[in-house]
Design a protein around this ligand. Sequence first.
Ligand code: MG
Length: 440
Amino acid sequence: MSTITAVETSDVRFPTSVELDGSDAMNPDPDYSAAYLVIRTDSPDGIEGHGFVFTIGRGNEVEAAAIQALAGHLLGKNCEELLADMGGTWKMMVHDSQLRWLGPEKGVMHMAIGAVVNALWDLKAKRAGLPLWQLLARMSPEEIVALVDFRYLSDALTPAEALDILQRAVPGRQEREIMLLAEGYPGYTTTPGWLGYSDERLIRLSGEAVQDGFGQIKLKVGADLDDDIRRLRAARATVGPDVRIAVDANQRWDVDTAVEWIRQLAPFDLAWVEEPTSPDDVLGHAAIARAIAPVRVATGEHVANRVVFKQMLQAGSLQVLQIDAARVAGVNENVAILLLAAKFGVPVCPHAGGVGLCEAVQHLSMFDFVAVSGEKEDRVIEFVDHLHEHFVTPVDVRQGRYWAPLAPGGGSQMLAATLQTYAFPDGPAWAAGIEPEMAH
Ligand SMILES: [Mg+2]
């Protein structure tokens, strides 16, 4: 038996705004940040659990405080008991009757629970000696169903239906695991398309993306229609007709504006239109989707929880579902969302980029392929080539694919030196003033 002895939080920020990496129509100057968490126990194995919430700068300290507010649920607790019943552990935190008032099940507190849940999964996977995707994919259908809180879901997905989906995938699990290890999982890149980049840089990076083997790129849009048309024309001319181009408006438009704007961009053959409007607007997304079909609507990186995803699936608001490793309450809630997507037959193409999101979310897509949907056709994981060097087990993306991680854990552990250097506001990266070369 081991006891949880420490829950350490830190405010880690990278000065990415210096070079406009990550710039889009709503977020012109993000400093990619992590409200970071380490869970320690008194076990002689010394294994720790690491997790984080991704933010883009100001407010990261609020998120770190929210994580710390959950420490009482962990400190002094029997670690094996928490890890053995992750479904129960999730409910214990999400249903905290006082903290729940801050959501319920949305926003800062819910994301903080996500960081804690993910850190516990990291610890559990490291103790099992398995990468998270493999740990999840080797659980029995009954064990996976027990991870999910079906409260508010059962009108769309019952435990029996979830069990049926998972049981149907059991016979092919081994074969798909071998396939995944041999072929990798398809990715796409957003690196060329940041709104703050010049046309010249867009064209150069789009060409490089094709050379690197990516079958899809993504461009940020939504600030100026003429600019969008010019940039899309340049990108399409560079990548040719066979590479897919998605566009991302980052919630910039009202419903009618979205429909008009997308109609102007549709001739460039769009893989999808991402976040056309408010992530809370279930019916607005549905109206847009009906109006712009066959162009597909994608959303999810800011969708607050499994209940809103359920409604979006029920209403036909999205045709591409974008889970995020650090928006909802961690692995358990994302398992629920993967099961919902499988029930409705909608492909899951995760949101990643930021800092650490690629490292974390790849595990969920790989688990989904092996043990839930059984599909990777028409599915891609977002990739952005920033900040991977700060992780103990950075993603391995080559030939336009994510290669399955084999190191034990959930992928979210940062290097100790990074936690020190980029600590905000007193780490050396910030205390001395921002130097442009720090943001590549
Ligand atoms: Mg996006």
